[in-house]
Design a protein around this ligand. Sequence first.
Ligand SMILES: [Zn+2]
Length: 67
Amino acid sequence: MPMYQFACRDCGQAFDKRLRMSQASQTQECPNCGSLETRKVISAIAVGGASRVSGAAVAPPVSSPFS
Ligand SMILES: [Zn+2]
C-alpha cells in the first residue's frame, strides 16, 4: 500500500499515512490538531516486491530504468 506524506496547514505537523489509492485523494485529518487543512506532500509509492531486497538478492542487469 502506498505511503503518503501530508503536512498540516494549521499547525505545520507532518505525518505519514498508508492509504489505498482510492483514499489518497481524500482529505486527511491532522493527528496533531485535528485540522482538515492538510495537504499531500510526497507520495512514495512502495510497490510490494520491487523494493524488497533481502541479502544476496539477484540484481537484474542494469539497463534503462524505464525500459
Ligand atoms: Zn495540525
